[in-house]
Design a protein around this ligand. Structure first.
Ligand code: ACO
Length: 400
């Protein structure tokens, strides 16, 4: 039995909000979401306009600095990033210490954490110049790390970055090129990947961004904070959902049970099975990113001439679920990750790389939030409260 009076005394006016359903952890000027209306804006600009008119690096600059860059600012930013894409040669050998089948998300978070060991002279979180160079290093090197993780899983040689190419084209080449032949970038794939990265760049206080902020609130360096964010993203209820969606579609195909049967199992909560890529804590109408991703899915598959049964299964699942009371009552709609996996697969990425692509997309948002928090003199270390529900004080047993 618990002594309630001692509990009351301890908790005072503490609010219990499991999963932060109602509690804001911070103020922020970066991203606006209206979940009921399906609105997402980066620095005030509608996501539809941003995705149509911009590039990953331009959006990164805008998220971090608050406004669109001038042509000179953007050119300088792109050039700086180009000059920092290489990894220290010693870090290349880090990859050979890991098992061949290491999950690339674990490789990514470990390598980002390890990056800080090479830059110990520029980790001062209060020095704007050091924060700026760390920002450039992270944006430039994360794609290289990701491509090395991919190449390692294939047992293929790593390709050095090709800095004559654009950010996205270089990334594609590092993943799909090889030493023996020229690599030709497919412009439709390049444009679609850039667009997908843009759609993932920020999403205010999601689990990984909140993790980055919490770790950063201790004045941990930016590499340590981002590495923690990557680990938070890894989970299947967050960034890992894109990998989980493709597994789910594959299982439906293999089992031959049909979409309707699978949806019944979801509704009956058999073995806790959920419709992956469906539902969102904030969007209760539709996820505006999902619409744009669905358009890209058709464009990419058509242009590559890929016919994938999994896209058909996904579309059937979507239409069955959207007409079903279970999903209507709970306001469950496809989220950004419902169709991304089908596109990444058509581009040639293995399933285990999908969440890594999300991490590259989300990196500018993590950096923008870390810097916003760090620039705010009112920032305090994040330290949630708890309601203690354990034993009241008791005597240590005399005879043990
Ligand atoms: N499939 C089936 N039922 C679901 C789903 C789903 N995908 N999502 C929620 N529900 C049901 C729950 O079982 C619950 O039903 P109940 O009222 O009968 O108990 C109700 O809807 C509310 O669900 P919660 O878990 O309370 O919703 P919450 O806001 O906490 O969760 C989340 C949001 C984690 C995204 C959830 O919808 C989910 O697990 N989706 C699948 C995983 C996924 O796609 N994650 C990616 C999110 S987007 C992103 O990170 C990019």
């Amino acid at each position: 039995s618990i002594d309630i009076s001692s509990l009351t005394k301890q908790t005072g006016y503490t609010t219990l909000d499991q999963g932060f359903v109602n509690t804001a952890s911070t103020k922020s000027a970066i991203t606006y979401i209206d979940g009921d209306e399906g609105i997402l804006r980066y620095r005030g600009y509608a996501i539809e306009d941003v995705a149509k008119n911009s590039t990953y690096l331009e959006v990164a600059w805008m998220l971090i600095h608050g406004s669109l860059p001038t042509a000179d600012q953007l050119g300088e930013f792109e050039e700086k990033i180009r000059r920092h894409t290489l990894l220290h040669e010693d870090l290349r050998s880090f990859f050979s210490a890991l098992p061949k089948d290491a999950h690339p998300m674990s490789v990514l978070s470990s390598a980002v954490s390890a990056l800080s060991t090479y830059y110990e002279d520029s980790l001062d979180v209060h020095d704007p110049e050091q924060v700026e160079i760390s920002t450039i290093r992270l944006l430039a090197k994360l794609p290289t790390i990701a491509a090395y993780a991919h190449k390692k899983s294939l047992g293929q040689a790593f390709l050095y970055p090709d800095n004559s190419l654009s950010f996205v084209d270089n990334f594609l080449k590092m993943n799909f090129g090889n030493m023996a032949e020229e690599y030709e970038v497919n412009p439709v794939v390049s444009k679609a990947l850039d667009r997908l990265l843009i759609l993932h760049e920020d999403h205010e206080q999601n689990a990984s961004t909140s993790t980055v902020r919490l770790v950063g609130s201790t004045e941990a360096n930016i590499f340590a904070s981002i590495s923690a964010g990557i680990n938070a993203l890894y989970g299947p209820l967050h960034g890992g959902a894109n990998e989980a969606v493709l597994k789910m579609l594959g299982e439906i195909k293999r089992s031959g049970e049909g979409v309707e049967k699978y949806v019944e199992r979801v509704k009956n909560k058999e073995d806790g099975v959920r419709l992956m890529g469906f539902g969102h804590r904030v969007y209760k109408n539709f996820d505006p990113r999902a619409r744009l991703v669905k358009e890209s899915a058709h464009e990419v598959l058509d242009s590559l001439g890929v016919k994938d049964d999994l896209l058909d299964i996904a579309m059937e699942l979507e239409s069955v679920a959207l007409a079903d009371d279970y999903f209507i009552e709970r306001k469950l709609y496809p989220n950004v990750d419902f169709y991304t996996g089908v596109i990444y697969k058509a581009m040639g990425f293995p399933t285990r790389m999908f969440t890594v692509l999300f991490a590259i997309g989300r990196l500018p948002g993590w950096i923008a939030h870390w810097r916003e928090m760090n620039d705010d003199p009112k920032t305090k270390i994040g330290r949630p409260q708890q309601l203690y529900i354990g034993e009241p004080a008791r005597e240590w047993p005399s005879a043990r």
